[in-house]
Design a protein around this ligand. Structure first.
Ligand code: BG6
Length: 476
């Protein structure tokens, strides 16, 4: 690993900040999503209901405690932290001309604190965070006008933080626009603030949303490079390899094609054009996408500089769907060769190496692991210790696999960021009890707790791991 290899973690504004109305922040899509659980989906309400728990409203109070939290990241030896800027703090409604200074000031304080601590800020511009007004007034990303609003927001923050932020991420996991899965409602909502089941013409809407987001990304990359040639801009995708259930060629092909559904946006952002095979697929469904000459130019000139990989698990493609059984983003079938997390995610460290190889050989772009980790139930002992050997086991195996991809397979990768280095709200379930962190946050699913922070065993382990890896580099 190169000496400048980045070690650290990733967090997202709506999952940690809380203070959902502070500093003139506008209401954003996730502010309307209640707590769910492994058994029951999160509810999406049209107004805020007093008898419901909305985890984004409180988060883990990172908004007020960022200094304390960044000090803990520093203590662990982080050299990078991926944060997201919440669009609704900068433009409360999304379509304003002038930004909200209080929002810019808040992120400036966070970014300055990172820089003072020699932690490289990696800024995601859109991590499931969009002003709800853009959904109500414009119909979200199905409307091309969203591209302009997004670019205005990007330009505002890129200029404001020019010279302080070098690494930008245009979007987080827009590839989860997958129809007909058990989790379609929450996933189309996370990505675009729209429930799949309420779409009038879902195929067409998903096609338009996907196209506009790809266009917005390539335009944002061009813009970032124009603002500062030193800007390094990527996009982050959540990928879990889909394995065939057996070697029947029909099943191998089925798994391959399911896997590829996640890749058309990456193709669009890396190959210099929106993929022809996708346009043909739309055409067969009667969907025409208007691509202007200017769009074509943007796709050519706005290729991303790196790919961010969020990796948690692998999936198995079922041979055929049984009646009543839906396809699932989180793996259709359990893999008999793998253990599963408490949330049913197949624990597969080989899968990260597989996916890194697949991405690198397909696109020849540097990778960064932008998210990886184990969601687990942790118990705070009376002596305030947390013994999370399971998390260390998971991470050790995954870090080993990343190193193998780099050393043995020659994949170019410039960093490894753990998801949720401090416990935060789960995106899919809204639970606090699904914890990923090295730092325990005293808050339960019902919102009780003082939000005090405690170091888990893995805190010391990760600190030691980073030290050891860095020392290994120096010796070479
Ligand atoms: C990624 C998202 O998909 O997975 C994060 O980018 C999310 O926002 C993470 O939190 C883990 O998923 P979950 O549902 O366990 O929080």
């Amino acid at each position: 690993m190169a000496t400048n290899f980045l070690w650290g973690g990733s967090i997202a504004a709506h999952q940690c900040e809380g203070s959902w109305q502070a500093g003139d922040k506008g209401p954003a899509i996730m502010d309307f999503v209640t707590k769910g659980s492994k058994q029951s989906a999160r509810e999406i309400t049209s107004t805020i209901l007093s008898d419901k728990e909305y985890p984004s409203h409180k988060g883990i109070d990172f908004y007020n405690r960022y200094q304390e939290d960044i000090a803990l990241f520093k203590e662990m030896g982080f050299t990078a932290l991926r944060i997201s800027i919440d669009w609704s703090r900068i433009f409360p409604k999304g379509d304003e001309t002038l930004p909200n200074q209080t929002g810019l000031d808040y992120y400036e304080r966070v970014i300055d604190t990172l820089i003072e601590n020699k932690i490289e800020p990696i800024v995601t511009l859109y991590h499931f965070e969009m002003p709800i007004h853009l959904v109500h007034a414009y119909g979200s990303w199905a409307n091309r006008q969203l591209v302009e609003f997004y670019l205005h927001y990007c330009e505002t923050v890129m200029r404001h933080f020019d010279g302080k932020v070098k690494y930008w991420v245009t979007f987080n996991e827009t590839n989860h626009l997958v129809p007909e899965t058990q989790e379609a409602d929450i996933f189309t909502y996370l990505v675009a603030g729209l429930k799949y089941s309420e779409m009038q013409n879902p195929d067409e809407e998903l096609a338009m949303i996907g196209y506009h987001m790809c266009l917005a990304s390539v335009k944002a990359v061009r813009l970032a490079h124009e603002i500062n040639v030193d800007n390094v801009v990527g996009c982050v995708f959540g990928l879990n390899p889909i394995y065939p259930v057996n070697c029947d060629p029909e099943n191998v092909l089925k798994a391959y094609l399911e896997n590829e559904e996640d890749y058309y946006q990456i193709d669009a952002m890396c190959n210099g054009a929106f993929p022809r095979y996708k346009l043909q697929e739309y055409k067969k469904k009667g969907i025409e996408i208007f691509i202007s000459e200017e769009d074509k130019q943007d796709f050519k000139m706005g290729r991303i500089d790196f790919i961010g990989l969020n990796y948690y698990m692998s999936s198995v493609s079922a041979p055929k769907l049984e009646a009543g059984e839906g396809k699932s983003i989180f793996g259709g079938m359990p893999n008999p060769y793998l253990a599963q997390s408490k949330w049913g995610w197949g624990i597969d460290s080989v899968g990260i190496r597989y996916t890194m190889n697949y991405l690198y050989r397909k696109y020849s772009l540097p990778l960064i692991i932008t998210e990886n980790g184990l969601g687990a139930i942790d118990t705070l002992g009376e002596d305030k210790t947390i013994h999370d050997q399971y998390r260390m086991d998971y991470l050790t195996k995954h870090i080993d696999a990343v190193e193998k991809a780099m050393k043995e397979d020659n994949v170019e990768c410039f960093g490894y960021l753990v998801w949720g280095p401090i416990d935060l709200v789960s995106a899919s379930t809204g639970e606090m009890s699904k914890r990923y962190g090295f730092i325990y946050v005293d808050l339960d699913d019902a919102g009780n707790g003082k939000m005090d922070r405690y170091k888990k065993d893995s805190f010391y382990w990760f600190k030691e791991t980073i030290e050891r890896k860095k020392a290994g580099n120096v010796k070479k």
